[in-house]
Design a protein around this ligand. Structure first.
Ligand code: NI
Ligand code: MN
Length: 233
């Protein structure tokens, strides 16, 4: 699978030829210069409604996810409340889910799993509860945790799936820091972790060499990808 990181929690992953974009935070993201018009995902997966995941803009009624969906005609996949928000803003290609549910799409299967965090849309609308996603396909299986604390439900992921890698927040303060993320990697059964949700703002700045050192002590391969550069995994 080809993966590109755009900073914070935004990744584009190509699975079976379909472009899957997670949590687009583009316009006001200090780490990426990619214009939001350059994104043409087949599917847009949103873990929760916070501005650094839907891509807040100056007007609370607009966000990067909305403009990308309008430009691309891609399908938004999220919880019922968030999907309804996009439908109310003119988006027709939409697939609502909720925690514990899975659905087979043309690229593979998506299961919506628990996250321990909070959620609301930038305009203040109720956004339901935050989530993570497990994507499984014949090309591989991975977990995008969204924003979350370490929690015991992560152990269910290793009971059900054989992950090739996990995308976990490591920036601390609003989510897990590196120590809990390395525990999470064990819980979900991943020995390869792509770090996210770090260095975008002062609250979540990390010491990369310390994180890499702790990961290697824990025998976890920690990947901190260069923003905007595609790599294969
Ligand atoms: Ni959040
Ligand atoms: Mn966040």
């Amino acid at each position: 699978m080809e993966i590109t990181f755009f900073g914070q929690s935004c990744f584009e992953v190509v699975v079976n030829g379909k472009k899957i974009l997670f949590d687009p935070f583009i316009t006001n993201n200090p780490l990426t210069e990619a214009p939001s018009e350059s994104f043409k995902p087949d599917y847009l997966l949103l873990t929760h409604g916070h501005g650094d995941h839907v891509g807040f803009k100056d007007t609370p009624d607009d966000n990067d996810a909305l403009s990308i969906l309008k430009n691309s005609g891609g399908t938004v996949v999220s919880n019922f409340e968030i999907v309804t928000w996009y439908q109310n803003h003119g988006i027709e290609n939409a697939h609502p889910m909720n925690h514990g549910g899975k659905w087979s799409f043309d690229f593979g299967t998506v299961k919506m799993v628990n996250a321990v965090h909070t959620s609301s849309m930038p305009d203040g609308s109720y956004a339901g509860n935050p989530a993570g996603f497990v994507i499984s396909s014949d090309e591989g299986t991975f977990y995008h945790a969204g924003d979350t604390a370490l929690h015991q439900d992560m152990k269910q992921i290793s009971e059900e799936f054989n992950l090739d890698f996990a995308i976990l927040p490591i920036g601390d303060n609003f989510t897990m820091g590196i120590e809990d993320a390395l525990k999470a990697a064990k819980y979900v059964g991943a020995n390869k972790v792509i770090g996210m949700h770090y260095d975008t703002f002062p609250y979540i700045e990390i010491d990369k060499s310390r994180c890499l050192g702790l990961a290697s002590e824990a025998q976890i391969e920690l990947i901190l990808p260069t923003v905007g550069e595609a790599f294969n995994i």
